[in-house]
Write a protein that binds this ligand. Structure first.
Ligand SMILES: Nc1ncnc2c1ncn2[C@@H]1O[C@H](COP(=O)(O)OP(=O)(O)OP(=O)(O)O)[C@@H](O)[C@H]1O
Length: 874
């Protein structure tokens, strides 16, 4: 029996190990666990067998049988539970359980009784109808265990045959299942191996891939680092934002608090406002009621007022009527008063105009008093001249000029002069013109202006008046610039005044006047023994209307060409003749219709050199005598004008006759005194400056002029006393003529007169001219224009006439001349002084540059060519 039990136990162990293998194959990870279980199972089996053997021995008295039996049962429970547990966890056991039929279960699961007590029929029932096939393995094992337990319990009792058959059958089924499971496990194992290889290859591929991607992973790491940094930043920002949010939430809380407070405040206020407005409404209602009452009262009052207004209106209308009547009366009165006022205004305006006219006249007269200006200009040294020996020592801004005699040392060698202006050698043409321009412009306002250049030959007269080159605007002299300026101003004034400008150009050579603007080159001569109407100095000379500076330049070229023709024929005649450019301006004021007329004479005088120094003879001497005569006559006229002399001796030269209208009381005169700085010309320079000083001395109003005025008065007194004397002498002559002693007595009387004149003159050189000249003329028996001029001097009427310059006066003058003077001798010229021995003598009497009121004449050229006595020696 024990062998059967052992056999059954080993079978059970086999079955359980098979179960474990099945479970392990289905779940490899549990193999360890299963092997442990198997080991336990085996241990239990060992114990069981030990216990069994002990049980056997206990029978021999070591252990009680009860204890041994209980223990075995527990062990078999344990073994059964372990098998059951394993079979439950295994996949195959689950599958078997799934197909278990309840019928078999009921059959095999004995609730009571033993297997050995099962009937044969029951066992056969259990064995047929595929009960074993469908029974779960657990149930089969339970059957096996049950049978084994029973057999153990019963020990030496034999297992019935039928149970053994059942047991065999069960074991067969278990074997079959185990083989099926083993097959299945092998398949699974192969599959698992194939999968393992596949996974191994995948692991290797992944390892290769992992090695290759290390660089990329570095980059990714870097990026990760960057992202981390950014993340940190973002976290910080988030933190800040959190803080901000927190702060804002705090602020919001505060604001909410404030809003709440404000709302509360507003509610309080609105409540108080409502109360206040209710009060006001109540008051308003009360006031309205009061006002309504008052309105009613006022309406009543208004009604009453209207009634009163009606009454007042009626009264006022009656009053207005009476006021209108009065207003009309006042208006009439006012109108008459306004008319009277208008009349007063008109008369006041006329009085004012008269006052203004008188004022203007006074101003003009005042201006005309100081109208002679003298500008001195010093010529620079010419190339090749010795610049060290200059006679000009000092020039001041206010017109002072200090000249020095290079051959005399000390104080005596110096002489100071004063003029309106002194231009040094460096002065430009423009500067000279700018100081002259105001005077020139006054021609357009109806003034007569005369500008002449005086000085010895080569001192720069032509340079100042015309300039060295007409084509160079820079070097234009006064005449071109003057005309240019006149055109400029006339253009500017063209809307108010219409100007006509015309020019004449004549030359005076040897006391003959020639027209320089005749285009046919004819050298026409003009007599001047008639008046100059319309301001024309030489009415017969051609007059050319000019519209522009270009016209003037063309005419001047013609004039210079004509003059050059004369110069070629007459040897440097240009220096020996006076050239006179006359600009006639007529203006018409387009608004008032008033007209004006002005004349500008631009005179380039001949050189005033001394005849004795030049040692001239023949024609040159004659030229010099004429020049000196005309210059002397110019000085006489200027001086007479300055003295307001009753007689102005215009007729003493052609030059003064030509300039007569421009040298009159209304004219403005400017003299350029040209100085040559050379040491050799010192005496001429001094003579020239003295002449200029005398001329400039006639200015009134200047500091110097009071002194000069005194001189003039003295001279006037002398002239008056001489006139008286002459008158007395004339009476004596008349008486003597009656006594028929005509040839000897007058000479004696004349000499007496001259002697007395010399003695009576306080200043040498300030001599009378009238009487003596007349006597000389008569003495020589020749009738000349000079004689006629002298005749003028004896007649107050003719003086006036000569100054007015009218045609009528000139014809009267002619009649008077015929009446007072003997008729002309045959062959005598109409031209003043031309060819006259008297004139020549008188010319020779004149010193260069000397301003003479007359001259002693003794007929000697050599004597008379000496400087005048008033030319003080230096
Ligand atoms: N301010 C000056 N600057 C430069 N050169 C001058 C100046 N003044 C005169 N001259 C020159 O001196 C020379 C003589 O001048 P200009 O002919 O003008 O003298 P003038 O007094 O007119 O002589 P004349 O009496 O013989 O006609 C000329 O060559 C002239 O160019």
């Amino acid at each position: 029996m024990s062998s059967v039990v052992d056999c059954l136990l080993s079978l059970r162990a086999y079955v359980e190990s098979a179960e474990d293998v099945i479970s392990a194959s289905s779940s490899p990870s549990k193999s360890g666990y299963l092997s442990r279980k198997r080991w336990k199972f085996i241990e239990v089996d060992k114990i069981d067998s030990t216990d069994v053997s002990r049980g056997d021995s206990s029978q021999s008295g070591q252990n009680s049988p009860a204890i041994g039996e209980g223990k075995r049962r527990n062990v078999s429970d344990l073994k059964f539970q372990g098998v059951l547990r394993n079979s439950v966890t295994s996949e195959s056991a689950s599958a078997l359980l799934h197909h278990v039929g309840y019928k078999f279960h009921e059959v095999f699961q004995l609730k009571q009784g033993r297997y050995s007590e099962l009937s044969a029929s029951k066992i056969s029932e259990m064995m047929k109808s595929n009960g074993l096939d469908n029974a779960p393995t657990q149930s089969l094992l339970s059957v096996v265990n049950g049978i084994l337990d029973e057999s153990i319990e019963r020990k030496n009792d034999e297992i019935p045959h039928r149970v053994a058959c059942l047991l065999r059958k069960v074991v067969q089924e278990i074997e079959r299942r185990i083989s099926t499971q083993a097959e299945h496990i092998r398949n699974q194992n192969n599959l698992i191996k194939a999968r393992e290889e596949k996974y191994q290859s995948r692991i290797r591929a992944l390892e290769t891939l992992a090695t290759g991607t290390s660089e990329e992973s570095q980059m990714v790491t870097n990026q990760l680092q960057t992202i981390k940094t950014e993340k940190i930043k973002l976290e910080e920002r988030k933190k800040h934002e959190e803080q901000d949010r927190f702060r804002l939430s705090k602020e919001k809380e505060n604001s909410d608090l404030m809003v709440t407070e404000l709302k509360q405040e507003m509610e309080r206020k609105s409540k108080s406002y409502e109360q206040h407005s209710m009060l006001l409404e109540m008051k308003a209602r009360e006031t309205q009621a009061e006002l309504e009452e008052r309105i009613k009262e006022i309406e009543v009052l208004l009604q009453q007022s209207r009634q009163r207004a009606e009454e007042i209106k009626a009264v006022a209308e009656s009053k207005v009527q009476s006021w209108n009547t009065k207003e009309q009366i006042y208006k009439n009165f006012l109108g008459s008063q306004l008319q009277a006022l208008q009349g007063l205004r008109v008369s006041s305006n006329s009085v004012r105009n008269e006052v203004m006219i008188v004022q203007r006249t006074c101003e003009d007269e005042f201006k005309s008093l100081g109208n002679i200006r003298v500008y001195c200009r010093i010529r620079p040294f010419l190339p090749g001249q010795n610049k060290k020996l200059s006679t000009v020592d000092y020039i001041s801004e206010n017109g002072e000029l200090l000249v020095v005699n290079p051959s005399k040392q000390g104080k005596d060698g110096h002489r100071m002069f004063k003029f309106n202006k002194v231009f040094g050698p460096a002065a430009s043409q423009e500067e000279v013109f700018l100081d002259t321009r105001p005077l020139i412009r006054s021609v357009l306002d109806g003034y007569d202006v005369c500008i002449f250049a005086y000085g010895q030959t080569g001192s720069g007269k032509t340079y100042t008046m015309s300039g060295p080159d007409a084509l160079s605007k820079e070097e234009w002299g006064v005449n071109y610039r003057a005309l240019d300026d006149l055109f400029h101003i006339s253009r500017n004034r063209r809307n108010t005044i219409s100007y006509d400008i015309a020019v004449q150009m004549v030359e005076i050579y040897n006391e003959q006047v020639r027209d320089l603007l005749l285009s046919n080159g004819m050298q026409k001569k003009y007599p001047l023994c008639h008046s100059q109407p319309n301001g024309l100095a030489v009415p017969d000379a051609s007059i050319h209307s000019v519209k522009s500076t270009a016209d003037v330049l063309g005419l001047m070229q013609l004039g210079l060409a004509n003059r050059a023709v004369g110069a070629t024929a007459l040897n440097e005649r240009s220096s020996r003749s006076h050239s006179v450019l006359s600009v006639h301006v007529r203006g018409l004021d387009m608004e008032t219709g008033a007209s004006l007329r002005g004349t500008l004479h631009l005179v380039d005088l001949a050189g005033s050199e001394r005849v004795d120094r030049s040692e001239a003879t023949g024609d040159r001497l004659r030229e010099a005598q004429h020049i000196n005569k005309s210059l002397s006559a110019l000085g006489d006229v200027i001086f007479a004008l300055a003295q307001k002399s009753s007689h102005v001796p215009y007729r003493n030269s052609k030059l003064t006759q030509v300039l007569q209208t421009s040298l009159g009381g209304q004219a403005k005169t400017l003299m350029f005194v040209q100085i040559n700085p050379e040491a050799e010309s010192f005496s001429e320079t001094v003579s020239t400056l003295k002449f200029a000083e005398r001329v400039s001395g006639v200015e009134l109003g200047a500091a110097r002029s009071s002194k000069e005025g005194k001189d003039v008065r003295e001279l006037m007194e002398q002239v008056a006393s001489l006139k008286d004397m002459i008158a007395r002498k004339d009476e004596e002559i008349g008486q003597l003529q009656l006594l028929k002693d005509l040839k000897t007595q007058p000479l004696r009387i004349e000499k007496q007169a001259m002697n007395s004149l010399r003695h009576s003159s306080s200043s040498p050189g300030q001599l009378s001219l009238g009487g003596s000249r007349k006597l000389v003329g008569r003495n020589h028996g020749g009738l000349s224009d000079k004689g006629a001029s002298d005749c003028d001097n004896t007649s107050g009427d003719s003086d006036k006439l000569s100054e007015t310059g009218s045609l009528q006066s000139m014809s009267d003058f002619g009649r008077q001349k015929e009446a007072f003077c003997p008729p002309k001798q045959a062959g005598e010229s109409d031209h003043l002084g031309s060819g006259s021995a008297d004139s020549e003598e008188r010319v020779s009497d004149m010193s260069d540059g000397a301003l003479s009121m007359g001259a002693e004449t003794d007929g000697s050229v050599s004597e008379s060519s000496k400087p005048m006595e008033f030319t003080e020696k230096m």
